[in-house]
Design a protein around this ligand. Structure first.
Ligand code: SAM
Ligand code: SF4
Length: 330
């Protein structure tokens, strides 16, 4: 499956809910987003049908996300159904980690082996502040649990926020010395509520890398300069158990290598994270469309995939994508 710019599309991120048990200040308003009703979100059977069609078209990698995916009932059975689909090579999940301790063994048994946990501060007070009430110890217990259970790789996603966690960059980097985790610094994207709450808190990964390199030598993994793991540039501190990744959607746009589609909980398919163009799959699905119709709709979304997104790190010239990340799934 190739788009209009000859990019191979083989990765689908699936948001199974727009609900979340946290309210990260850069992702959601305090009162939460306008929540979709039970009937407005795709049922698991509907998601599975779309995924089956997408796999026939060449999708081989799925990431489950949200909102917080672990708050939706039935997620473990859903993972098990995905794991039994022929043609899928890779199933993973992005979570805030707060419920992970009790889910780790069940998810592993259902067939999930890789996981990304979002964590923006290692200080309880700061963590509670950025998540508006989250409990850091629950997340740390969740990360320990996936480690003990045997998940690999375990990736920790840290959104870099000026004036909030720029003083913790080395603390996060040092985690990769002792633990076999990949610590990934992600640039803050100005979209949805971030645009309002955090407009001037963007921190470039170039600066973050420089800060780490003042203390440690970073060696590109696999001997390449920033070997690619999707859009991440991956490095290692000599002797470190884990790795350090940089995901830089603004300072180093990686659109030319983008292989993704995103299915939102409300059934809209989005070809670009940062462009508000979507194709509705739910309505045709519920009107009884055929698999061939679904294939056509998915193709229509792929055709709309832009060459590159419009968001820039140049504060004065930001165009905004007004959809919150919690609705798209990251
Ligand atoms: N609730 C889960 C979590 O937090 O991992 C999954 C959904 S969340 C929307 C997925 C990822 O998007 C998280 O790592 C979060 O930090 C990131 N994210 C949300 N808003 C963002 C923004 N404006 N810029 C960069 N990353 C953002
Ligand atoms: Fe929830 Fe994840 Fe958004 Fe935080 S980043 S509010 S945990 S969806």
């Amino acid at each position: 499956m190739r788009d209009s710019y000859n990019r191979k599309i083989n990765y689908l991120r699936v948001s199974i809910t727009d609900r979340c048990n946290l309210r990260c200040t850069y992702c959601m308003p305090k009162e939460g987003v306008s929540l979709l009703g039970h009937n407005d979100i795709l049922k698991y059977e509907e998601i599975l049908r779309i995924i089956r069609v997408a796999v026939n078209m060449g999708i081989c990698k799925i990431r489950i996300t949200g909102g917080e995916p672990l708050v939706r009932r039935g997620v473990v059975d859903f993972v098990a159904s995905l794991a039994s689909l022929a043609g899928l090579r890779d199933i993973s999940l992005t979570t805030n980690g707060t419920l992970l301790e009790s889910f780790a063994a069940k998810l592993f048994a259902a067939g999930m082996k890789r996981i990304n946990v979002s964590l923006d501060s290692l200080d309880q007070e700061k963590y509670a502040h950025i998540t508006r009430g989250g409990d850091l110890s629950a997340v740390l217990a969740g990360i320990d649990a996936v480690h003990r259970t045997g998940f690999a790789p375990i990736k920790i996603n840290t959104v870099a926020i000026k004036g909030f966690n720029d003083d913790e960059i080395l603390t996060f980097a040092k985690l990769s010395l002792h633990k076999p985790y990949q610590i990934r610094f992600i640039e803050l994207m100005t979209m949805g509520h971030t645009a309002v709450n955090h407009n001037d808190q963007y921190l470039s990964n170039t600066l973050i890398k420089e800060i780490i390199e003042r203390h440690y030598r970073l060696t590109p993994v696999n001997g390449k300069r920033g070997s690619t793991d999707g859009p991440a540039e991956i490095y290692r501190i000599a002797g470190g158990a884990g790795e350090i990744g940089f995901i830089s959607p603004l300072s180093h746009k990686f659109c030319q290598a983008c292989n993704r589609l995103r299915l939102m909980a409300d059934g809209h398919l989005r070809a670009c994270l940062l462009t508000d163009e979507e194709v509705d799959l739910k309505k045709p699905l519920r009107a009884g469309c055929s698999d061939a119709d679904l294939t056509e709709l998915i193709t229509a979304a792929i055709v709309k995939k832009p060459l590159r997104h419009d968001i820039s790190c140049d504060v004065g010239h930001r165009k905004k994508c007004m959809t919150d990340m919690s609705s798209i799934g990251g």
